[in-house]
Design a protein around this ligand. Structure first.
Ligand code: FAD
Length: 492
């Protein structure tokens, strides 16, 4: 039966779900709070620069192809993907770098330069991640975990794969060099996890990169958002921006529609929330309808870290700076820094950074002769005692001074565009509980059945897609959740 479906939010989880549900024959309306679509992938345009606000590393590109194919279209006709080589350039605290890509011999040579003994260990590590990837991604990522028995069925495999170990511990069994351990264990940070706490299932991210490559969308990740918007409109979907949902209407335990901030109500047969799960339960659903997701349960849940991100453009190019498209700049401290961010909830004076330089691959992201960047630093979420209104300019200066002294000479006199976001942006603009950048923290006790389900445990006809539900954050994760939502709702 053709259903009237409302999708709250237009992050990649929401866009994926909307297009898939249209392909399944339903009538779909997207309601987005902001003036443009994309959620964390919002694009900031200023002085001729285009800055992708969030995701830049495209892994598992076939997941986008599948959405277009389901609609009878070809992704290539809408947006072009190009491979990145190296995948990442990772700098140590002395500024020496390590590159990796999907050429095994190249990676082994890079490892030998650091520590010849680790070449064998890496091969063993890589071989074991294949089984983790097969189970964790291929078999389980797009399956709903609605019953505890679903969890029991996979438990023996999870034990066999050593999922009780952290990613760092898992990697350390095979790799001896401290810096190389960091290079092969940082991946949980890409989905909001601490490598010292996140289940080793997330070691599969490295395998996933090697299997399908790391890609960039020409025109930036925003070009994928535009492509999906075009597709959804062609499919007959309705999109409203600057339209914030104030309440999900519930009658007799069933979601029946939404009330907007302007007081208007819209009816629906099914509601799919792509807004942060914790925010949705706490702020969009009257507590009298919530048995499991009480305010207490929401408060008890652990949330991922937040981020401080500076988008900046320079009037000169930095092609001889030794930087690659995707750079990770590690500081002296690794475990201690992560401890401060995730456990002590303390903003440290030191930092580790991800530096994005898209103009290396795609000069169209900046005016001619200019360079576009963004730099990101993981910081604690809003449980930390930090007044970001006062701290943000100081933190910005510390990062920009560091970059100028170590990587980008004369940076500040060449700046011609700049914007930054902090944990308050995640809370106030993106409606993320505690200003978390990746929602519910990906630890074993908050994964699969233990994570907020894709079909609400409290309210019928309410579904979740996006970072806070199963399987979790990152583009492959949120796109997997959109497959689950489509399967649970079914075809018209
Ligand atoms: C800086 C940064 C860099 C990242 N880099 C990468 C990367 O390189 N690769 C990768 O795979 N992942 C990356 N990630 C993670 C990835 O971007 C996210 O996990 C993913 O984009 C989240 O998508 P989502 O579907 O959960 O929706 P979100 O992007 O969180 O969007 C939710 C949307 O809901 C809207 N909304 C909220 N409340 C309401 C309401 N009441 N009414 C209407 N609308 C509402 C919000 O405005 C927002 O648009 C990055 C994340 C960040 C923050």
């Amino acid at each position: 039966m053709k259903k009237k479906i409302i999708v709250i939010g237009s992050g990649f989880g929401g866009l994926g779900a909307a297009s898939r549900l249209l392909s399944a024959g339903h009538d779909v309306t997207i309601l987005e709070k902001r003036d443009k679509l994309g959620g964390r992938a919002y694009v900031y345009e200023m002085n001729g620069f285009k800055f992708d606000g969030g995701p830049t590393v495209i892994t598992a590109p076939f997941m986008f192809d599948d959405i277009f194919e389901a609609a009878g279209k070809k992704r290539e006709d809408y947006v072009e993907f190009v491979p990145c080589d190296p995948f990442y350039r990772i700098f140590d605290a002395e500024g020496k770098h390590f590159d990796y890509n999907n050429d095994q011999e190249f990676v082994l040579d890079e490892i030998r330069k650091r520590n010849p003994k680790d070449a064998d260990g890496y091969q063993k590590f890589f071989n074991t991640t294949k089984a983790i990837f097969q189970k964790g991604f291929v078999e389980l990522a797009d399956q709903p975990f609605l019953k505890f028995s679903d969890m029991l069925k996979v438990a023996p495999d999870l034990i066999k794969l050593q999922s009780y170990k952290s990613v760092y511990k898992y990697v350390s069994q095979f790799i001896e060099d401290d810096f190389l351990r960091r290079c092969f264990s940082f991946h949980p940070l890409l989905v909001g996890g601490n490598p010292f706490d996140t289940t080793s299932i997330y070691a599969m991210i490295h395998y996933l990169e090697r299997e399908w490559g790391v890609h960039y969308a020409m025109g930036g990740t925003g070009a994928i958002v535009n492509a999906l918007e075009k597709l959804i409109r062609e499919q007959g979907g309705t999109i409203y921006t600057e339209t914030e949902v104030d309440e999900i209407l519930v009658n007799g335990g069933k979601a029946t529609g939404v009330r907007l901030q302007n007081g208007e109500t819209l009816e629906a047969d099914e509601v799919v929330s792509n807004a942060d799960v914790a925010f949705t339960y706490k702020n969009l659903i009257n507590p009298k309808h919530r048995k499991k997701y009480t305010d207490k349960k929401i408060e008890r849940t652990k949330y991922s870290m937040s981020l401080f991100v500076i988008y900046f453009g320079t009037r000169k190019r930095y092609l001889d700076s030794g930087l690659a498209h995707h750079n990770i700049i590690l500081g002296e401290r690794y475990k201690g820094l992560l401890e401060d961010i995730f456990h002590k909830k303390r903003l440290s004076d030191d930092f580790s950074l991800y530096l994005h330089m898209p103009t290396i691959t795609d000069p169209s992201m900046a005016p001619e002769g200019h360079e576009a960047f963004y730099v990101l630093s993981p910081v604690p979420h809003l449980d930390a005692d930090v007044d970001w209104n006062e701290m943000a300019p100081r933190y910005r200066n510390a990062i920009m001074n560091f970059l100028e002294e170590n990587y980008l000479p004369d940076l500040q006199e060449n700046l011609v565009a700049e914007h930054y976001i902090d944990p308050l942006h995640f809370k106030d603009v993106l409606n993320s509980y505690k200003g978390s950048a990746f929602s519910v923290e990906p630890i074993l006790t908050q994964s699969a059945w233990f994570r907020p389900h894709n079909k609400s445990e409290d309210i019928d006809h309410l579904y979740f897609v996006g970072a806070g539900t199963h399987p979790g954050a990152g583009l492959p994760g949120v796109l997997s959740s959109s497959i689950i939502a489509e399967n649970l709702i079914g075809k018209a």
